[in-house]
Ligand binder design. Structure first.
Ligand SMILES: *Cc1c(COP(=O)(O)O)cnc(C)c1O
Length: 340
């Protein structure tokens, strides 16, 4: 099977598993797991921030960050298709009792003009207090679109001037950084908190990191415990994340090259109406005949290729470290031979 449904399907490599087996572990609720501590320190240094916290998932890191930044009744500004709103089970309301202001924006991205229009006047008692802006980079629903760093800088300055924090859902931040070659420290300096997935393109089996100031991470540790995310000998899984951070970042470029090859093939096909221009490892296809979506998925399955429905008349393919150059050739061939 060539599984292009998501970059979450990656299997830990033999080298990664060996690294995990050999990890030193301790009780991380006591902050005594040396491997978890090493991963957290590594990530904090990588982004030039003070501290980091290893968590179970990207949903958990996002939800913890929102809970720390926002009071009940406060408001979070985010894109209408952002993961924090669309794919986290209503967690903003459920976990933090907060309201959301959903904005539209090109390919999952916000701009400072749109944000500034929707910041509520804190002197008017009618309105919820705007307490957080959250961005997503790369933007999943935007087909792996990357933010322009100049826009991020503008949004960051705006948030500072207005005294509310800026969070990044950086589930696929490494894909953006590898592609733009922007210095991670320069990039991170724009944010108060960053969530980073280790179990997507980076190939670790479990885990995400929340990164920020020491005082923010101290509060986040408390919320992680309340959310049931305090893990004991977590070094065994954190080791997979540490291996991923050390050895699997630069190779993301290969996944981007693979996605661009798929894009080039797809653009030639009659049943493809359009593709969101590929920037990273996500290919989003709009179909000429929307009703054929499930048939295309079934046909490709017969060739041993799994892809995913991505809304009405839309399909998604995601490249990752378990997809080889040969696999890409096979997929290209199957796509060309598909008759719909
Ligand atoms: C995958 C993902 C997350 C986190 O998902 P988990 O499955 O909870 O780890 C968060 N944001 C985005 C944009 C994602 O793609």
């Amino acid at each position: 099977m060539i599984d292009l449904r998501s970059d979450t399907v990656t299997q830990p490599s033999r080298e990664m598993k060996e690294f995990m087996i050999n990890a030193q572990v301790g009780d991380d609720v006591f902050s005594e797991d040396p491997t978890v501590n090493e991963l957290q320190d590594y990530a904090a240094r990588f982004f030039g921030m003070e501290a980091a916290l290893f968590c179970a998932s990207g949903t958990q890191t996002n939800q913890i960050a929102i809970n720390v930044h926002v009071q009940p009744g406060g408001e979070v500004i985010c894109h209408e298709e952002s993961h924090i709103y669309k794919y986290e089970g209503g967690g903003i309301a459920r976990n933090s009792g907060a309201s959301v202001r959903l904005l539209t924006g090109d390919r999952g991205r916000l701009n400072v003009e749109a944000i500034s229009k929707w910041v509520n006047n804190p002197e008017d008692v009618h309105f919820p207090l705007t307490q957080l802006v959250s961005l997503e980079d790369t933007a999943n629903r935007g087909g792996g679109a990357i933010y322009d760093i100049e826009e991020i800088k503008k949004i960051s300055s705006f948030c500072k001037e207005n005294n509310f924090p800026l969070h990044l859902d950086g589930a696929r931040l490494m894909n953006a950084l590898v592609e733009t070659k922007i210095n991670p420290k320069e990039y991170a300096s724009n944010f108060d908190s960053i969530s980073l997935c280790l179990s997507k393109g980076l190939g670790a089996p479990v885990g995400s990191l929340l990164i920020g100031s020491s005082s923010f991470i101290k509060k986040s540790r408390r919320v992680r415990k309340v959310f049931g995310g305090g893990m004991r000998q977590a070094g065994i899984i954190a080791a997979g994340g540490l291996y991923a951070m050390k050895y699997n970042v630069n190779r993301l470029k290969e996944d981007h090259d693979h996605a661009k090859l798929l894009e080039a093939t797809l653009l030639e096909l009659k049943w493809v109406k359009s593709i969101l221009p590929v920037q990273t490892n996500i290919v989003v296809i709009e179909l000429e005949f929307p009703e054929k979506r499930d048939e295309i998925i079934t046909e490709l399955l017969k060739d041993g290729i799994r892809i995913m429905a991505f809304g009405p008349g839309m399909l998604r393919m995601v490249t990752h470290l378990d997809v080889s150059p040969d696999d890409i050739k096979k997929v290209q061939k199957a796509l060309c031979e598909l008759t719909v």
